[in-house]
Design a protein around this ligand. Structure first.
Ligand code: I6G
Length: 681
């Protein structure tokens, strides 16, 4: 442990006070939670080394900071304390050992006897207190500094999951229930989608949004926010003897009085079962319809809890086992611009490597220049990165407090970083575009990668690196050149040999027998995805008919609106594209020609399905292909336009959204029955 100086100690105290003020008072945290936890841990380490330094006003001696004055104050009769943290399995085992030894010492309880624990996900929201007098909600308050909170009764009354009157009769005269007010991810995403549509600034994460929503002075604004409450413990109770003697049973009782409790809550025996629970919930974390930042383990028996008591600001009988943080702070080293298949120029943040969401991240997407402007990014900024689950890491905020006064705002490039063409920005579009489609090496490479991909021509053995090397070496200029590659050229490429060259030549040969839908998709026409390509193929039957169609005619096809129709006409009007198609066909690309089938003829025409979760009977792609073959549109996300959601096991936010929007849901058995019926018809 380093030898700290008292100057370092007071500086760190000041730093944490500042963090607390930003977090608890202004609802505007300037650092990620993990950074705060580290600072607090370091302060505690300093205090362990120099106990004589500790003053009553040290941030370690209380939770949070003074409340804002705009709301009336509420004194907590029973303080709302916080929880100690465990950051790994060893910390958790140590917690269990400590408390068993303490119980043994004070009560003679067998030190090896396993303790019964309740396990609950720790929702990432705001701790609140709800006091009921004779079963009627009297006061709702924030935690504040743990002793004094803010009276936000009017706001909490607007949450559907907060009972205004308790159910049943058997509740104590005074009952204070504590829990977490939080915003489910589907509600958060929908809120941000509305803001994007209105061209407004979006929220950073569900927790901050929940906090901001609860601190509204006008409760009508709170009422528009999709907040929920999950109860997790009791505060003041007039007659505790009438209540169950175990934590788990109290929560079950709270449920019967009308509170939402966490569906994942379990009662287990021994610390190993707690570790197992942690593992199983970690695996499930991304499928949960809300953010959690850890698991709370509590000694279940109140008699044991009472015996264990509290230390400083936290109970000895509970601990929060934190997950790896999903948000971290790091340095923006530079912004680079990548050119995509359609010429769209995407900024990518290059970052000082940082461990976040369980992996080391050194790049994050910035989407487009509007996003850079929205984040008000400057050169060399300190930024907050968020990586939730397998989602691509995102820059969510610039930490302006850490910005150098001389830092310049990031400006948009004028020239394509690959071919130096002057960039264009289409009216109403966020993306900058390189107009040099056929000679910009970046676009050529991306077009070829798309052409060979699994859902397009499905050519095995042509990885991204090889495509790039073939373009760089001048062996291919466009997709049709693939079919004139010879064995010697391929075998001479780096990491290729005789066998892989032969395999690739065979794969190219095999790809020539395809379908019109795949071929159309492989051409990479802007806005023409797999589903649209299939609809076009089905509707027209022949490529020549599509190439000859007018924009008006094209709009008769399922999925094709004026923009897509315009893109298709524009693509086929281009001489270079016509030439490439001619060469591809001359190289032997063929497909069975079909009779045109007006899309209306199919049984699922006009319906939109979304497929999510794990299906056991057949893969998701196979189910989607079958639905499409019956004329359905298969969309990637649930919206009001969705007719049915097919939800397999472990369905997550899409299922929650379907429930929110009232979209009918088919489980796997129902979906299979539908497909079987369609197959019979
Ligand atoms: O902040 C908290 C989150 C969840 C808690 C908590 C909890 O139980 C599931 N329980 C206690 C006792 C405290 N804070 C103080």
């Amino acid at each position: 442990m380093p030898n700290y100086t008292s100057a370092q100690y007071t500086a760190l105290q000041d730093q944490i006070r500042h963090y607390n003020h930003q977090y608890y008072v202004l609802d505007n945290p300037t650092v990620p939670d993990a950074e705060y936890d580290r600072a607090m841990q370091e302060l505690q380490a300093m205090e362990a080394q120099h106990p004589q330094w500790i003053t009553a006003d040290s941030p370690s001696q209380r939770v949070g900071d003074v409340p804002l004055e705009a709301f009336a104050q509420v004194q907590h009769v029973v303080p709302m304390l916080s929880l100690d943290n465990a950051f790994n399995g060893a910390d958790l085992q140590e917690f269990d050992r400590r408390l068993r030894e303490r119980l043994h010492k004070h009560t003679g309880r067998d030190v090896d006897a396993e303790v019964v624990y309740t396990c609950e996900p720790k929702l990432d929201g705001i701790a609140v207190s709800l006091t009921y007098i004779n079963g009627v909600l009297a006061v709702g308050a924030t935690r504040g500094d743990g002793h004094t909170g803010e009276n936000i009764t009017q706001n909490l009354r607007t949450l559907d999951s907060v009972p205004l009157k308790l159910l049943g009769q058997d509740y104590p005269e005074i009952l204070e229930v504590r829990g977490e007010a939080y915003m489910p991810t589907a509600g958060f995403d929908a809120l941000n989608a509305r803001l994007i549509a209105a061209g407004e600034k979006t929220y950073v994460n569900p927790r901050n949004t929940a906090a901001g929503s609860l601190r509204q002075l006008d409760s009508r604004i709170t009422a528009t926010r999709p907040l929920q409450l999950c109860a997790y413990s009791l505060g003041q109770v007039s007659d505790a003897t009438a209540l169950p003697r175990q934590h788990f049973d109290v929560l079950t009782q709270l449920q019967s009085w009308g509170f939402r409790i966490n569906a994942e809550m379990r009662r287990v025996q021994g610390i190993q079962a707690c570790l197992d629970y942690y593992q199983s919930l970690s695996a499930k974390r991304m499928q949960l319809p809300y953010d959690i930042d850890g698991i709370v383990f509590k000694v279940d028996d109140f008699a044991l809890q009472q015996e264990l008591g509290f230390v400083a600001r936290a109970p000895r009988w509970a601990i929060a086992h934190k997950f790896p943080a999903q948000e971290e702070m790091t340095q923006l080293l530079k912004v680079e611009y990548q050119v995509g298949r359609t010429g769209a120029v995407t900024p990518v943040a290059r970052l000082a490597p940082v461990f976040v969401g369980g992996v080391t991240v050194s790049n994050a997407t910035l989407h487009n220049m509007d996003e850079i402007a929205r984040l008000d990014l400057h050169e060399g900024d300190t930024v907050i990165i968020r990586r939730a689950g397998d989602v691509i890491p995102k820059v969510v905020q610039a930490v302006t407090a850490k910005r150098m006064a001389s830092a310049k705002p990031l400006s948009a490039p004028h020239k394509c970083p690959v071919c130096s063409a002057e960039l264009e920005r289409e009216e109403g579009e966020a993306a900058l575009r390189c107009p040099n489609g056929f000679s910009c090496a970046a676009q050529v490479k991306e077009a070829i990668k798309h052409f060979v991909s699994r859902k397009a021509m499905d050519i095995d053995g042509l990885g991204e690196k090889l495509v790039e090397a073939l373009v760089d070496a001048g062996h291919i200029q466009h997709v049709a050149d693939l079919y004139s590659l010879n064995h010697a050229t391929l075998a001479n490429m780096e990491r290729m040999g005789d066998k892989s060259a032969t395999n690739l030549i065979n794969a190219l040969g095999a790809s020539s027998a395809t379908t019109l839908g795949r071929f159309l998709f492989a051409l990479g026409i802007r806005e023409v995805g797999e589903a649209t390509a299939r609809s076009l193929a089905l509707h027209y039957g022949k490529l020549e008919n599509i190439m000859a169609a007018t924009a008006e005619e094209l709009q008769l096809v399922e999925d094709v609106g004026p923009i897509v129709a315009g893109r298709i006409v524009h693509f086929f009007a281009d001489q270079h594209n016509q030439q490439v198609i001619y060469q591809l066909r001359a190289a032997g690309i063929n497909w069975p020609e079909n009779k045109p089938t007006p899309a209306q003829a199919l049984p699922l025409t006009g319906t939109t399905y979304v497929v999510t979760g794990t299906l056991n009977t057949m893969g998701r792609d196979q189910v989607k292909a079958k639905l499409q073959a019956y004329g359905a549109k298969v969309a990637g996300s649930v919206s009001k336009k969705t007719d049915y959601l097919i939800a397999g096991a472990k369905a997550g936010s899409k299922l929650a959204k379907a429930h929110d929007l009232g979209v009918p849901v088919l489980d796997e058995a129902e979906a299979m029955a539908l497909l079987a019926k369609l197959a019979e018809a």
